[in-house]
Structure formats: structure tokens, C-alpha cells
Write a protein that binds this ligand. Structure first.
Ligand code: ARG
Length: 659
């Protein structure tokens, strides 16, 4: 986020707090306090006084709110440095235009962060015949830096890099901030975000392809909510179209009792397949099916009731899965947009965007061969029409200023066409509304082909989750956890592990790539896996528990303890901990959750390195008696756990106290 915006926001909060404080002062002058006023009617006096006190109370509350707004955000060191270097470059080279100039470095010899702007500036100066070298440019930049107390030193190195070393006290202060206020998000401009996620199809079971859209959608939504956006998660289920007319025709014929009897999800899926088969081969059925499509479109009560029932059955199946995975979203399927479509079509027609193409109405998008199909030759609307209506509704009615579509990359062209057509129609202004297609690759089997069952069918999500439960229990038994945990704890661990590893294995891969689904790999307790992360968190928590410090004493220690970070491993861990705001900013930018997974993993590895090298609690040799607690290190453990918990929450891993 732009520093200027942040500064403006802070100034606004401060102004508001000052104004409120003044108002309180004025009101306090008006109340009579304890001194009785002999002239005034006493009861009126009391009422007035109470009223004023009430107002003061509320004003004071809003002052506290305004002030706490200032405290709600964490510092992103990377943003801080980017802003600092931008200022320096503007001073040294006013004509240069560079962005994203600072990067974090992994190698201590290059400092903590590195600015690489000098190379680009030097080469553009050379192009305009000004003699200079990157090193010289780098030196100039450094000499123009505003005073920064948080920087220990800036070195110009190599081909013109500026290596930045942070002040340990600054790192320590950010750790204290985390301990005092929790792992707060970095400041963002608040937005209304509509996330299109999960979106399976009614009457079909959710298969592994919908797993990704569900898991990635959930994680992105959690991230957006965490930083304070107003998020509406929409489940754009496929619940409308001719296939439902066919299905209802088939069910009415073969299962006349269906409206009163129960209908399991699996059966619904089988009926759906039968209906499709019959439609292809049976001419008489084709006719009946067509009449049912018309009945559905015209809202025939009996057919609508059947449709409702079908949706209800499917919905129950989806809900069961969402509950297991800890996912929430609001169902708003294609049917919701049906009544809005005629209006959208009229509007597109009026704007001259619709072209006749063999009886159908389409929109041609410059640069694309395939047009958008808006109205088919038989007058029916399509998937394209519903997405046009949905986009317009999300901007105009839902007032979304950020639309996110978590849908497989296979639909990339579809969304490009939809977004382009929507811009042509003026449904959104890209300057004001951010629109992202968050695409993702395919889940593969061990043969590197699309994951299928042995008989070549799509793998059902339900079966996959059940297998996960079996596998995670086997793992826990193998590790003899069944002998340590109570049956209840064991069940909790089993579920957290099964669903956690499935989710994590998905999120940890760059979403654009395909990945091979392997229970064996995802259940390993070493390497970048959910098991390792969950285990690390339980370990950190148990260290803090072992120190036997009450929450009150821990809170007191935050104020009274100097976190000196004098040990190299302490400093390394602390520097890793304070990076989380910049990681969050990164993921907000490219909506790729794997970066957060990588960070969480690095945090755990760095913690482990710290713990192997630094005593936190010293015990009398050969006994359990605690003789020394290194409070500063316990606080560092605490800050690590606060950040790790936040990451795991966003990754949507259920944490457990024992495993
Ligand atoms: N139901 C569709 C499918 O299973 C996904 C819908 C995605 N969302 C959208 N607005 N088109 O492929």
C-alpha cells in the first residue's frame, strides 16, 4: 500500500480523535458535576446531566475506537523499506521510475533486505548517454536516504546492490508489538470482495476438481477477512439448464414416489447419468424431456417442487463436505440470475454488442476467435449469459469493488471473454473494480494423469476424505499415538490430520501447476507438510506450557522483559517472525496461497534451529525441576506461536492441542 495513503489514514484518525476530545471537553464543562444548582428544577437538572454524561461516555468510546484503529495494523518492513528507497530515489534521480525495488534476502551476507534499483537506473542513464555505474547510482541513492533509525547499516555491494541490515532493537520492538497486540494484519484499504468459490453442480457429486476451488477459495477468503475486507463468499452452483428438465422427466417416470421418499445423493447422480443416456438414445423421452424443460422455465409448480427437492438433496451432500473441511459459503447458483438475464440481454442489445450468428446472439471480443454465446438459436440462455448477469449483479447490486473467481484454469478463456464483454458493456471500470480469475491446475494420480478411480471414474470428494481418515489413523497408530491420547483426542487428531493434510497438500503447490495427489507424501512428518506444521505448533505451545508461567505473568513479562536477541539464532527467528505482514501483502497481491505455506514452513524450521541452539528452560540435570526460565526466549516462542497460528488459520488447518 502507498505510504501516502497510510499517512493520510493515520492523520484522519488523529484528527477525528482530537475533534472528539474537544467535544468531550466542552460537554464536561456543561455538566454540573456534584455542585447543586439552587435555581434550576432539580429533576430537569439530573436528566440533563445524565444525558450529557451519556454523550461523553459515547464520545470517549469513539476516541478509544479511533485510537485503536491506529494500533490495529502491523508494520510491513518490506513496505517500509520500499517507501524509504522510493523517497531516496526520487531525491537522487527524480526522472527514474522504478517499482518493487526492495526484496528480502535469504543470505545473511547480503543483509536482511536488498535494493536492486541502481542497475536499472544506471542502464537507463547510460542509454541517454550519461556516464555512470550502478555502484555510483547505488551510493547516490544511499546518500539521499531519509534518516532511518530502524536501519543498522546500508552497504553498497557487488554490481550495485544496496544491502540493508535491520537494527536488532527494531526487530525486538516489532516482536513486542506482536506480543502486545497479536499478529495484526498490515494496513489495507478496505474493500467489498465477492469470492466465487467451490461452485459444484447440482445432481452431480462433488469431485476432486471442486476440491481445489473449495480449498483455495476458503483460504483466500480467510486471508481477505483477516486483513479486514468485507467478504461475500458465493457458491455459484450449477443448478439450472436443460439437463434439469431431462432429469426431472426421467425421475418422474421412473420414481413416481420420489417427492415423498428419500433420495440419497449417490442415487441422484446415477439417475442423472441415466437421464443423459436416455436423452441421447430414446426419441420419445427426448420429447418428454423437452416439455419438462419448458415447464421448468415457465415455473410449473410440480416441476419446480421436483427441482427444489433435487437441489436440497445435493445441497445436503455438499454441506457435509464443507463441514468436514471447515468451509463456509453462501449458495447463490445460476438459477438466481435467471430472472436478471432478460434485462441483461436487452441492455447488451441496446448497447449494440449483440451480433446475430446463425440464429443465435453472440458478442465478439477483439483478439478472440470464439464469441460469447448470449442467446442460443432456440432462445435459451447459457453459462455465458449467467456469468454476465452475475458479474453485473456483483458490481451493481452487491457493490463489490473486488471480484474473485476461484475456478479451474480450463475456464480461463471463458472468464477473459466475460471480463472483456463486461468492460465493453460498462459493467465495471477496471480502474475502480479489481477482477481476478484465480485459476488452478489439475489434481493428478500417481500416473501423472487426471486423478481417477481404478474403474476410470472421477474420484468423489467424499471417498477421498474417508480414505484420508483411514490413512491418518493408520499413521497415528504407527506412531503409537493411540497409546498416549484419549479416544476423544485421538479422533480430533485423526480429523485434523486427514483434512489438514489434504488441504495443505493442495495449497502448498503453486495453484497454476498440476500436482500429484499422494497420501503417503502428505502424511509424512518431515518436510513441508501439514503434519510437520501442526506438530511444530504443538511443540512450541508445549514449551510455553512447560515454563509454567500464568497468562497474567506472561502479559506482565511483555512489558518488563528486554528481548535483546543477542544470540544469532534468536535474531534469525525474530527476523523471520516479523516478516509475516509482507508475506500477507504478497499473497493479497497475487492470490497464491503457497507463499504463505512456504513462509509457515520456514518459520517452523527456523524455530527448530533456534530451539536446538538456545535453552528456553533449564532443568536440574536428571530431574524435572526447573532452575531457570529464559523469559525473553519464552516470549519469542510466544510471538512465533501467535504468527504461526494466524498462518494456519488462513491456510485453514485446524490446530490441535495434542497429537
Ligand atoms: N459450476 C461450474 C463448474 O463446475 C463452476 C462455476 C464457476 N463460477 C462461475 N461464476 N462460472 O465447472
Amino acid at each position: 500500500m502507498e505510504a501516502s495513503h497510510l499517512l493520510k489514514q493515520i492523520a484522519k484518525c488523529e484528527q477525528e480523535a482530537a475533534r472528539l476530545r474537544k467535544e468531550v471537553q466542552q460537554l464536561e464543562n456543561q455538566t454540573t458535576g456534584g455542585v447543586p444548582n439552587p435555581v434550576a428544577d432539580e429533576s430537569a437538572e439530573v436528566i440533563l446531566n445524565n444525558k450529557l454524561k451519556y454523550q461523553i461516555h459515547h464520545l470517549k468510546k469513539s476516541i478509544a475506537e479511533e485510537e485503536s484503529k491506529l494500533m490495529q495494523h502491523a508494520t510491513s518492513v518490506l513496505t517500509l523499506l520500499n517507501n524509504t528507497f522510493t523517497i531516496a530515489i526520487r531525491r537522487a534521480y527524480p526522472a527514474a521510475s522504478v517499482t518493487n525495488i526492495v526484496k528480502h534476502t535469504d543470505q545473511p551476507r547480503f543483509g536482511d533486505y536488498q535494493c536492486s534499483a541502481a542497475m536499472a537506473i544506471a542502464s537507463s542513464l547510460k542509454n541517454s548517454n550519461q556516464k555512470t555505474s550502478p555502484t555510483e547510482v547505488a551510493r547516490n541513492i544511499v546518500s539521499c536516504m531519509p534518516p532511518c533509525r530502524f536501519i543498522n547499516k546500508c552497504e553498497v555491494q557487488g554490481a550495485g546492490f544496496v544491502n540493508v541490515h535491520l537494527q536488532p532493537w527494531f526487530v525486538s520492538q516489532l516482536i513486542t508489538d506482536i506480543l502486545k497486540h497479536g499478529a495484526r494484519p498490515p494496513a489495507v484499504e478496505k474493500k467489498r470482495v465477492i469470492v466465487d468459490m467451490s461452485s459444484p453442480n447440482i445432481a452431480k457429486e462433488m469431485h476432486v476438481g471442486h476440491l481445489r476451488s473449495t480449498i483455495i477459495g476458503e483460504s483466500i477468503s480467510r486471508l481477505l477477512e483477516y486483513v479486514g475486507h468485507d467478504v461475500l463468499r458465493l457458491n455459484h452452483v450449477g443448478d439450472w439448464g436443460t439437463q434439469f428438465g431431462q432429469l426431472i422427466a426421467h425421475i418422474t417416470e421412473t420414481r413416481p414416489d420420489f417427492s415423498t421418499s428419500s433420495l440419497p445423493v449417490e442415487e441422484l447422480q446415477a439417475l442423472y447419468k441415466e437421464a443423459q443416456q436416455r436423452f441421447k438414445t430414446d426419441d420419445a423421452f427426448k420429447e418428454t424431456a423437452r416439455s419438462y424443460v419448458v415447464k421448468l422455465q415457465t415455473g410449473d409448480p410440480q416441476v419446480m417442487a421436483a427441482w427444489e427437492k433435487i437441489c436440497e438433496v445435493s445441497r445436503r451432500g455438499f454441506e457435509a463436505i464443507y463441514q468436514k473441511l471447515g468451509v463456509t459459503c453462501t449458495e447463490r447458483g445460476e438459477s438466481f440470475y435467471q430472472p436478471l438475464m432478460p434485462e441483461v440481454v436487452k441492455d447488451l442489445e441496446a448497447k449494440g454488442l449483440l451480433k446475430e450468428d446463425q440464429g443465435s446472439k453472440v458478442i465478439f471480443i477483439p483478439g478472440h476467435d470464439m464469441p460469447l454465446m448470449v442467446v442460443k438459436s432456440d432462445g435459451a440462455f447459457t453459462y455465458d449469459t449467467s456469468d454476465m448477469a452475475a458479474l453485473r449483479h456483483r458490481v451493481v447490486d452487491e457493490k463489490g469493488d473486488w471480484l474473485i473467481y476461484v475456478v479451474d484454469s480450463g475456464q480461463g478463456v471463458h472468464f477473459q471473454l466475460i471480463y472483456a464483454a463486461a468492460r465493453l458493456a460498462g459493467y465495471y471500470d477496471p480502474e475502480k473494480v479489481r477482477v481476478d480469475h484465480v485459476g488452478f491446475g489439475v489434481v493428478l494420480g500417481p500416473d501423472k494423469k487426471r486423478l481417477k478411480t481404478r474403474s476410470g471414474e472421477n474420484v468423489m470428494l467424499r471417498d477421498l476424505l474417508d480414505e484420508g481418515l483411514e490413512r491418518s489413523m493408520a499413521k497415528l497408530v504407527e506412531k503409537q499415538r493411540d497409546q498416549v491420547l484419549s479416544p476423544e483426542e485421538l479422533k480430533k487428531a485423526q480429523e485434523a490430520l486427514a483434512y489438514g493434510c489434504i488441504k495443505y497438500a493442495d495449497l502448498m503447490h503453486h495453484r497454476i501447476n498440476d500436482y500429484v495427489f499422494s497420501f503417503d507424501k502428505m502424511l509424512e512428518d518431515r518436510g513441508n507438510t501439514a503434519v510437520y506444521l501442526l506438530y511444530s505448533l504443538t511443540r512450541i505451545r508445549s514449551i510455553i506450557r512447560t515454563a509454567q508461567i500464568s497468562p497474567e505473568d506472561l502479559a506482565k513479562a511483555v512489558d518488563g522483559t528486554k528481548i535483546s536477541l543477542s544470540n544469532e539464532k534468536e535474531l534469525k527467528l525474530a527476523k523471520c517472525v516479523i516478516r509475516y505482514p509482507e508475506i500477507i501483502e504478497h499473497v493479497l497481491d497475487d492470490l497464491c496461497p503457497h507463499t504463505l505455506c512456504e513462509y509457515a514452513y520456514e518459520l517452523c524450521v527456523t524455530f527448530s534451529e533456534f530451539y536446538d541452539n538456545c535453552y528456553c528452560i533449564e532443568k536440574k540435570p536428571g530431574t524435572e525441576e526447573i532452575i531457570n526460565v529464559h523469559m525473553d526466549r519464552i516470549l519469542l516462542c510466544k510471538a512465533t506461536s501467535l504468527v504461526l497460528e494466524t498462518c494456519l488459520h488462513i491456510i485453514s488447518l485446524e490446530t490441535i492441542s495434542k497429537m
